[in-house]
Design a binder for this molecule. Sequence first.
Ligand code: NHW
Ligand code: EN5
Length: 396
Amino acid sequence: CKHLGNSTTSPGKITEFNESVEEDGEIQSTVLEDIRKEPYQLPSQFEWFLVDIYDEAEMKQLYELLCQNYVEDDDATFRFNYTSEFLKWALLPPGWKKEWHLGVRVKDTQKLVGFVSGIPVTLRIREHVKNIVEINFLCVHKKLRSKRLAPVLIKEITRRVNLFEIYQAVYTAGALLPKPFATGNYYHRNLNPKKLVEIEFTEIPRNSTLSSQIKLYSVSKTYSLPGFRKMEEKDLEVCHKLLFNYLQDKFEFTQLFNTLEDFRHWFLPINNVIYSYVVENADTGVIEEFISFYNLPTSVLQNPKHNEMKSAYLFYYVPKENSSGVSSLKELVSNALISAKMEHFDVFTCLNIMKNKEFLEDSSLKFSPGSGNLHYYLYNYRFKSIEPEQCCLVML
Ligand code: NHW
Ligand code: EN5
């Protein structure tokens, strides 16, 4: 069996086998001794550079690389604009490693022109619980595209992950690569029809008008769930347990939040980054459900009036079930929409993963399918494809 560290093929190709009927599990096994000790060679004008996320100047360089060169929609009208505050949250969870904030610089100018990151994640893949990495923020400067820098970044991050004796990774992409184990579709809830029309995120349907769209998409100014409020430090332990139980048996593929520290990192509200809300029972004071979303602004390219769209993305939630087994999810999301509107978001976005079909399929919350897909991939793990509703991993 060929060792991963010596493989010359694109690492992504290892997922090709995941349609096979064999059992779930590792595809190639490797031992630490076989992992290359030296970094892969870059073209001579470039050098490896670990971005120090705590260093403001280096963080600014990373922010600018992504803001100018990261993911765009199909016709380059919009580009993700992850903020520095957001990137700190995304890249410094408990267990983060500096070796996994991998940059490429131009030797002469020290300009950052490439990046890829890994963070530790615990997944349950059917019955197997695994501590692996999540790969994200792969980016090569627009002027250096199609020069095969991405495969070198991927091989080098793989090597640096392998050195910690981790041999699997999960990642998502809008691009179709070999070979996704799940595919989700994006859905959007319009919160600001006038602006979304002006920036051409959406159009006014024939036989409708702006004023009727504004009326259609208006949301209440007050919460419908009594006791709906921002999550606080004192709620963390209870919410962590709620999520732990919720993720036990509902999904074939799910992220797990092992420690209270993990949960605190991912859910304690941070202004302009992560928004979490609990529902506190007025009589008992007990918290039985929560919901969260994050703020990922989008640059609006080449628009005379607007340069940014404020987008909220649904994160994890725990609804409750009433005595007849009816889930509160729709009402929870409805209240999240109200808070997103209060926080001046223009659109609320989610995928058709998790239990989201419960509120997407019934039109009452007024989500519509978007133009984008998101494919889910595993590196070096055989896993039979699943439906998006069996997938409970939200990647930033
Ligand atoms: S998906 C977002 C990726 N980023 C962007 O789309 C930003 C804008 N685009 C760019 O910056 C979230 C460049 O176009 C990139 C490619 C850098 C995408 N994943 O250098 P070349 C993630 O961050 C393959 C994987 O000439 P380029 C997830 C492509 O198929 N591979 O292209 C990242 C071709 O390979 P092939 C991708 O345009 C997951 C090769 O790159 C890809 O200058 C990474 C061409 O390279 C993508 N999104 O740069 C894998 N896009 O074999 C992690 C293109 O077909 C694997 N390609 O010739 C696991 C690692 C850890 C393992 C640990 C055990
Ligand atoms: C790694 N973690 O295409 C993630 N977004 O639908 C990287 N479409 O915004 C991978 N072109 O449908 C991310 N408006 C892959 C996604 C890349 C970004 C992307 C899509 C998601 C998107 C918009 C704009 C399309 C503009 C034309 C869209 C219509 C929705 C509208 C909402 C209001 C009600 C009517 C429908």
